[in-house]
Design a binder for this molecule. Sequence first.
Ligand SMILES: C[S@@+](CC[C@H](N)C(=O)[O-])C[C@H]1O[C@@H](n2cnc3c(N)ncnc32)[C@H](O)[C@@H]1O
Length: 371
Amino acid sequence: MAEAVEGRTRLVAAPSGTAGPGTRDRDTPFYNPAMRRNRDLSLLLLRHAVAHRGRELDVADALCGAGARSLRFAHEVDGPLVVHANDGDPKAVEAVQAAARANDIPADRLRVRHGNAFTFLSERRFDVVDIDPFGSPAPFLDAAVRATRHDGFVCLTATDTAALCGTYPRVARRRYAAHHAMHATPWRAEVGLRVLAVNAVAAAGRHDREARPVWSVFGGHWMRVVLRVRDGRSAADRALREVGHAAVVDGWPQFVSAPPEATRWAGPLWTGALHDADVLEGMAEAVDDAVDARTIRLLDVLRQEADAPAWWVEPRLLRDWFGVDAPRRQRFVDALRGAGFAAAPTHLDPAGVRTDAPRDALHEVLSTAPS
Ligand SMILES: C[S@@+](CC[C@H](N)C(=O)[O-])C[C@H]1O[C@@H](n2cnc3c(N)ncnc32)[C@H](O)[C@@H]1O
């Protein structure tokens, strides 16, 4: 059987994409090495949650595949944790069991189960529910939110990013009940994260529960939104008040309460915070030397984004507006802060800056900032 290593954990799986014509072994389960950053961040979330919970944490990996996530959780997170790994593919389940033996993970720390994710999630509740399907997590949202304990986390991965970014508006409408006509704008992925988030917020509302994002990441071919779930009708109502729409007006996006006449608008979507700074700080404290420098930098940017306004400017937009080149990002952020505005980088664009500076103030700061 194929073996691989991710982080400190051995996997009994082959990296996806390694099976060329004529080489495909139908019995070999695959894992996707390109999702490592997604899994690293999830691992840090669990370390943070274990450190703060003060009791054993039950984690459900409802669609575990070859178990890259479950195995790493069980093997690389210290402290009281039970990982429940489930998949509908018997070969995947065998691979998880074989890898659990290879890593000496005790059976009471990693419980592996073969079955349908919906049945699995209907049987009991967990502190963390992880949904990582092929494509969209939308079909699993109700089951996932319902299976999450009060004050737990529901973690959603989507790989149908083209739909969430509005490339296929009809698919976005079907899967996420969202209008998305902001694909041709720089903010397509921010809209996508907010559309994904609002679907979880709405699913929680159906169960008289509140869901709020604690971090939201666009990784190019995947999106990951993690939400804290809490019981309570008033809390659910409060979260639902942060559901709205976005529209591009005079070249700049803004939240609006109702679908506007504008041609470039999107929604319903989540208008509240995409991240929780405390959770991100806890995750940053949990970093070890298995986490790469890019993930550490990403965490830092997410932490800065947590307190920053929605939407962001980027050099092309600034050139269109003012006919000038933007200074390097950190200089621009510093200049905006120095002028009294909120400013932070965004992980959604390597040159993007989130700011509340109005357009004339931006022009002024640009004309005085060192390049
Ligand atoms: C993208 S893979 C999971 C990858 C894994 N989480 C990781 O990090 O490597 C999706 C998995 O979902 C499983 N699956 C899809 N629908 C399912 C269902 N309704 N019940 C159980 N498993 C399902 C598939 O067998 C597949 O292994």
